[in-house]
Design a protein around this ligand. Structure first.
Ligand code: NAD
Length: 433
């Protein structure tokens, strides 16, 4: 099939590359000229394992191309994929201006029947709006189908090729058939629903996962007070088939471009129909407080932070991505700087993105985990990159003023020989003496 993907960010680029890999003819559109120029030369603007190589091989075969010209891309396509951003407005609602702009451009460009597939996460009812924005600008037939995206940054290719399910939201049989056919090589688990339910499935899924994280974090906070170990608790809970083990890792909370914005948007979606989503409001509040876990422990165990040097391992909101949007590291580092601390920070790939959002003369950007810890009064692990679990901790301890480690992701085994050299604090686990 011939696909035009509008919006070449994390979702659009991965979708475009993966569908070209499957033998479709794909053209990816973005209004960011610099991004498109880089992509034409085979350079990917994000860090996503395996994506670069897959892009190169599909550029070679000519099955993927990049443009800033929406009209041309839409005219040559059977299916148009909407993958532009839907960030939060200050009141928490999803900003639909990119969606409206893209839908209008699609409407202007239509030259025959096409299926418009919305992958962007949009509030319930938005696909209806997209339909009318396009309808107002064309006399050609089209159908808008909601196909929410569930990929995770860091494992986006694996997730795209092995989806748990594909949700296809439409009440039109012709459009459903085309979208199902497109996804058939990926899975048999294709759930066709009405449009509004498809839109809600995406928000409900993210809200539920966020709820599990805040839930286990609250259990962790109680574990700290009653002397239980949240890792053992989560293991015991996860073995119950009704619960399952995923998303029960206690830590300093979720971040990223999806959970924070989608939970806030769902609270607003509920609020707009006079429903007070009390549970989800608490989930958001618990997550906000959980970022203070590291800071609280620093205060308790290091004292006044003014003039102290704090090493930070990990800036990305999670491992295997360079995305720092809404990462806990942003709040934590800003607070450290505000309290007069010096920061030595290291992340394998996310430093440049972090510095675009926050930079300060009190921060030294380091090029390795070991160098970040040099002469530090304390070390805080904020992202569970595999690299950190493999660092030679004895070398780290030797370089520090005092070997104090706050493990915000419970990466280390506190009984291990290497950790014994540190004063070690983790989340929801008994403190080592
Ligand atoms: P992103 O910010 O990385 O990319 C969006 C891209 O769209 C940008 O490159 C921007 O320049 C481009 N764009 C905006 N308006 C445009 C227009 N009118 N024409 C052409 N290009 C335009 O966003 P993302 O992280 O890929 O997310 C996209 C959508 O997918 C969001 O709704 C998000 O909630 C959803 N989603 C994201 C993820 C994820 O892990 N990132 C996962 C599932 C769903």
């Amino acid at each position: 099939m011939r696909l035009a993907v509008i919006g070449t960010g994390y979702v659009g680029l991965v979708t475009g590359v993966c569908f070209s890999e499957l033998g479709n003819e794909v053209i990816c559109v973005d209004k960011d000229m610099e991004k498109i120029n880089k992509l034409r030369q085979g350079e990917i603007p994000i860090y996503e394992p395996g994506l670069q190589e897959m892009l190169w091989s599909n550029l070679d075969t000519g099955s993927i191309a990049f443009t800033t010209n929406t009209t041309e891309a839409v005219r040559n396509a059977d299916i148009v994929v909407l993958a532009v951003g839907t960030p939060s407005l200050p009141n928490g609602e999803a900003d639909l201006s990119y969606i409206e702009e893209a839908a209008s451009a699609i409407g202007e460009a239509l030259n025959g029947y096409k299926v418009i597939m919305t992958k962007s996460t949009v509030p319930v009812g938005t696909n209806g709006k997209i339909e009318s924005w396009i309808y107002d600008r064309t006399s050609h037939p089209f159908h808008v189908v909601s196909v929410p995206e569930f990929l995770r940054e860091g494992s986006a290719i694996r997730d795209t090729f092995n989806p748990d399910r594909i949700v296809v939201g439409t009440d039109n049989e012709r459009a459903a058939k085309i979208v199902v056919e497109l996804h058939r090589p990926l899975t048999d688990r294709i759930l066709v629903t009405d449009v509004r339910s498809a839109e809600m499935i995406k928000y409900a899924s993210n809200a539920y996962l966020a709820t599990r994280i805040s839930f286990i974090n609250e259990i962790a906070n109680i574990c700290e007070k009653v002397g239980a170990d949240v890792s053992q608790v989560a293991q015991g809970m996860g073995q119950d088939k009704r619960i399952g083990p995923a998303f029960l890792n206690a830590g300093i909370g979720y971040g990223g471009s999806c959970f924070p914005k989608d939970t806030k948007a769902l609270i607003q979606i509920a609020g707009n129909v006079d429903y007070n989503f009390k549970l989800l409001k608490s989930v958001v509040e618990v997550n906000r407080d959980q970022r203070n876990n590291v800071l609280r422990k620093l205060h308790d165990f290091v004292g006044d932070l003014k003039g102290r040097t704090i090493a930070i391992w990990g800036l990305a909101f999670k491992p295997n991505t360079d995305d720092v949007r809404e990462a806990p590291s942003l709040d934590i580092i800003e607070e450290l700087v505000a309290e007069g601390a010096f920061v030595r920070a290291y992340d394998p790939v996310a430093t440049a993105n972090f510095r675009r959002l926050f930079d300060h003369s009190s921060i030294i950007w380091c090029d390795s985990a070991v160098s970040a810890a040099e002469n530090a009064d304390a070390l805080c692990l904020l992202t569970e990159w595999r690299e950190f679990a493999e660092v030679d901790l004895s070398q780290v301890a030797k370089g520090m003023k005092e070997p104090v480690l706050f493990d915000g992701r419970n990466v280390f085994n506190q009984q291990s020989k290497e950790i014994a050299a540190f004063k070690y604090y983790s989340v929801g686990r008994p403190q080592s003496e």
